[in-house]
Design a binder for this molecule. Structure first.
Ligand code: XMP
Length: 524
């Protein structure tokens, strides 16, 4: 295992990615973790970058004992400054010995690798003595800590890459983990495999096998597990994995809040129950949800009502299933992914709430269920890879994300059965056309929203006064930022004319050309 200590850089999770891509297992932990609290002995340690300046008050610092474990350490950017702070002249911290100076540098630079044919093993397999690297820092070293030598420099950074051969401690001023550093991935691979001597044996197949064994170990021979499914990728993959591990002792529950896409709960039944053989209960709770949403127009109130009602309905169902069985349900499965885990363990604390996303966390309190999170080590694309490996149909794997509160946050204003029907039909036409025109897979997320305003139109010889459908389509890698999709005009024309002709109550269609930020992906 390689231990990656996160000092809060926006690139920390990319280090994890690069290490895993070479088949080496790694864990990302907050930089404040102490050696005495580690649950494993790492074979190497990487210190990430940070938005802090090393001298700043409140700047995070590494437990110095990390350097006494006798394993190689690689500091990246801020991590390099931590290396200098700990290993600085006579062990004093850099600020006292004047090692750091402020000078901002951002962007591409050329790294000159020293040593010619004898260049450092971190640069094994490099194409030449020069390589493009990505700089993004405010501080840099102005002196070389004792015992270190320079193994690479750029025009502006004399100490862009340094090494302490005896102690196997290294520092890089640039970011090898970003793709702008052309051969950066090779450095991380060389560190993990050559320097730390880690084995390259992490693969999705072995991960699935190990995870199934782990689940069986946790749940035991008779234990029962329940989990909510939505028809989305994460909950489906988690469900199939549970089915593989414990068969029908896993119960999946789909709470149909009446705010799903057209025919969605039928489709989920077809795939999960009929194709994948999962023990599935569908609860039609639409009356309860719609009853509580009556007259509510505030987006946050809608979200809260749906979140709370979801927990109530799910819990009631869990108790019903529980009562039918001789063995109690003890566990709740959640499809938590690695980015959520990172968010919640970051030493900076979870970021500010922009919108309240809901989950079924509240269940743990009253039913005393223990949590199983089989996907907590995976990134989204790894979950997809696992899903394909588990035999889940490809069109489900490549589905766009769909928010928990469903169509309620895509119907601006009051949610009524008539409004739901309009948005379902419009959305169905939109998705069918995107698929028919081979655009669906180029888009990260697309949907139709129903606006609460009316506008004047003319149909035949008659004046109309009807609602507006807004079409949204975005491209995004992490849904934190997004750009609107450059939709071909021909396709837009067809979608618009079909919606206006086929969906009663709509006489106008608009396309949303806002990026995130400052807009969000959903309208509410
Ligand atoms: P926003 O609108 O915040 O959306 O830019 C970012 C991503 O999150 C999805 N989203 C949700 N997902 N529960 C969810 O499970 C929610 O309450 C929720 N709200 C937004 C949204 O569809 C987009 O993919």
């Amino acid at each position: 295992t390689i231990l990656i200590l996160d000092f809060g850089s926006q690139y920390s999770h990319l280090i994890t990615r690069r290490i895993r891509e070479c088949g080496v297992y790694c864990e990302l932990l907050p930089c404040t973790v102490k050696v005495k609290d580690l649950e494993f002995k790492p074979k190497g340690i990487i210190l990430s970058g940070s938005p802090y300046s090393n001298h700043e008050e409140g700047a995070p610092h590494v437990d110095k004992q990390m350097f006494e474990l006798g394993v190689p350490v690689l500091g990246i950017c801020y991590g390099l400054q931590e290396v200098a702070r700990v290993k600085g002249r006579g062990g004093e911290i850099a600020s006292e010995t004047g090692h750091l100076v402020q000078k901002r540098e951002y962007g591409s630079a050329t790294l000159n690798i020293l040593g010619g044919a004898q260049r450092h093993e971190l640069f094994d397999g490099f194409n030449g003595d020069q390589t493009r690297v990505w700089m993004s820092h405010g501080d840099h070293l102005d002196g070389l800590p004792q015992g270190f030598k320079v193994i690479g420099h750029t025009e502006t950074s004399e100490y862009a890459a340094i090494a302490h051969e005896m102690d196997k401690v290294f520092g890089l001023q640039f970011h090898p983990e970003v793709t702008h550093s052309e051969e950066g991935a090779k450095i991380l691979r060389n560190f993990a495999i050559n320097v730390c001597e880690c084995q390259s044996n992490w693969s999705m197949e072995t991960f699935v096998d190990k995870e199934i064994q782990r689940i069986r170990g946790v749940v035991g021979e008779t234990g029962r597990v329940i989990g909510a499914v939505s028809g989305g990728v994460d909950s489906t993959v988690a469900a199939v994995l549970m089915k593989r591990a414990i068969g029908d002792r896993f119960h999946a529950v789909l709470v149909d809040h009446g705010l799903m896409r057209l025919n969605e709960s039928k489709n989920v039944k077809k795939v999960l129950d009929e194709q994948l053989g999962i023990n599935l209960t569908i609860v039609d709770a639409s009356e309860s949800f719609l009853g509580k949403l009556k007259g509510v127009t505030d987006p946050e109130r809608k979200r809260k009502i749906i979140g709370n009602t979801f927990i109530e309905v799910f819990e009631e169902q869990a108790k019903l299933i529980d009562a039918e069985q001789s063995e109690k349900i003890e566990y709740l499965v959640q499809g938590t992914l690695y980015p959520d885990v990172i968010e919640s363990i970051s030493f900076k604390g979870p970021s500010a709430t922009i919108k309240s996303h809901h989950n079924v966390g509240g269940l743990l309190d009253t039913m005393k269920l223990k949590l199983i999170e089989p996907l907590r080590e995976l990134f989204k694309d790894e979950v997809r890879k696992m899903g394909l490996l588990l035999g889940i149909p490809a069109d489900l794997i490549w589905r766009h994300p769909f928010p928990g509160p469903g169509l309620a946050i895509r119907i601006l204003g009051e949610v009524t059965p008539a409004q739901i029907s309009i948005v379902q039909q419009a959305d169905h036409i939109y998705m069918s056309e995107l698929k028919a025109n081979n655009l669906y897979n180029q888009i990260s997320q697309a949907y139709a929203a129903l606006l609460p305003i009316r506008s004047v139109g003319v149909m035949g010889d008659k004046r109309t006064y009807e609602q507006v459908i807004a079409l949204r389509a975005v491209e995004s890698t992490d849904f934190m930022t997004a750009d609107w999709f450059d939709m071909p005009v021909k396709v837009m024309k067809r979608i618009s004319s079909r919606i206006i002709n086929e969906v009663h109550g709509v006489n106008r269609v608009v396309y949303d050309v806002s990026s995130k930020p400052p807009a969000t992906i959903e309208w509410e």
